[in-house]
Write a protein that binds this ligand. Structure first.
Ligand code: NAP
Length: 239
């Protein structure tokens, strides 16, 4: 049975990915950092679809916490770097602490987890690393400079790791979701939502499961010759 770690697997897109991977028969480590109840609920749903899962609490932005979490986990062959936060605001007013926190969770977190996971993957000569970036990492977005920099950074991380790890049969890809209905986007005002919808050819936001389907494919054996790619799941918002 293959084992997957989904960071930020307890809510939103990560929850949908955890359940979808469990449905394929994988054992899933459902990572979270504060909301234990949500993580337990996701684990329950993973079991309900015939898979197996456990919650695992750690802050991806802490190198030490990542290292000790990896000591508790075993034989990860699929890593989904999904945990992410936003700290919106115009660059001129953005605080150092907001910049640092966003880069730490979204970008350093993915690096720490990939570095810890690749050892076992190299030994096994098999691995799938999937980084959940964002369409704004490709397009830019006013008022989200830290978030966008972290998401664009994930694309560079993806391509460099794909080059480093390809000879060991480890693929590394990024998914760039557009606007997905989760807690993160629920906070947008109705005006912002309407303005965004007008730019999306498919004319709607996505469900988390639509990102999960792309992730399940990239995590599968069938995606064996795809690496270093950026897969947009954005309703046509960016082409
Ligand atoms: P969400 O609903 O806010 O869920 C975030 C998840 O990340 C939660 O499980 C949370 O766990 C976890 N998390 C936050 N900080 C963490 C940390 N330091 N260490 C470990 N886990 C942490 O977010 P979402 O909308 O599903 O977004 C998931 C990913 O997709 C993010 O990387 C986001 O940037 C990206 N994305 C989202 C959209 C969108 O429209 N929603 C679009 C493009 C990209 P706790 O509950 O314990 O805090």
């Amino acid at each position: 049975m293959r084992k997957a770690l989904v960071t930020g697997g307890s809510r939103g897109i990560g929850k949908a990915i955890s359940i979808s991977l469990a449905k394929t028969g994988m054992f899933v480590y459902v990572n979270y950092t504060s909301n234990a109840e949500a993580a337990e609920a996701t684990v329950k749903e993973c079991k309900a679809v015939g898979g197996d899962a456990v919650p695992i609490k750690f802050n991806v932005g802490s190198s030490d916490e990542v290292l000790s979490a990896f000591e508790q986990m075993d034989g990860i062959s699929v890593l989904v770097n999904n945990a992410g936060i936003t700290s919106d605001g115009l660059a001129m007013r953005l605080k150092d602490s907001d910049w640092e926190r966003t880069l730490s969770v979204n970008l350093s977190g993915a690096f720490y987890c990939a570095r810890a996971a690749m050892k076992g993957m190299m030994k096994a000569r098999y691995g799938r690393i999937i980084n959940i970036s964002s369409v704004v990492g490709e397009m830019g977005n006013a008022g989200q400079v830290a978030y966008v920099a972290s998401k664009a950074g994930l694309i560079g991380l993806t391509k460099s790791l794909a080059k480093e790890l390809g000879s060991r049969n480890i693929t590394v890809n990024a998914i760039t979701p557009g606007f997905i209905q989760t807690d993160m986007t629920n906070e947008l005002s109705e005006d912002t939502k309407s303005a965004l919808l007008a730019q999306i050819p498919l004319g709607r936001f996505a469900e988390p499961g639509e990102v999960a389907s792309a992730c399940v494919f990239l995590a599968s054996e069938e995606a064996s010759y795809i690496t270093g790619q950026v897969l947009g799941v954005n309703g046509g918002l960016y082409m």
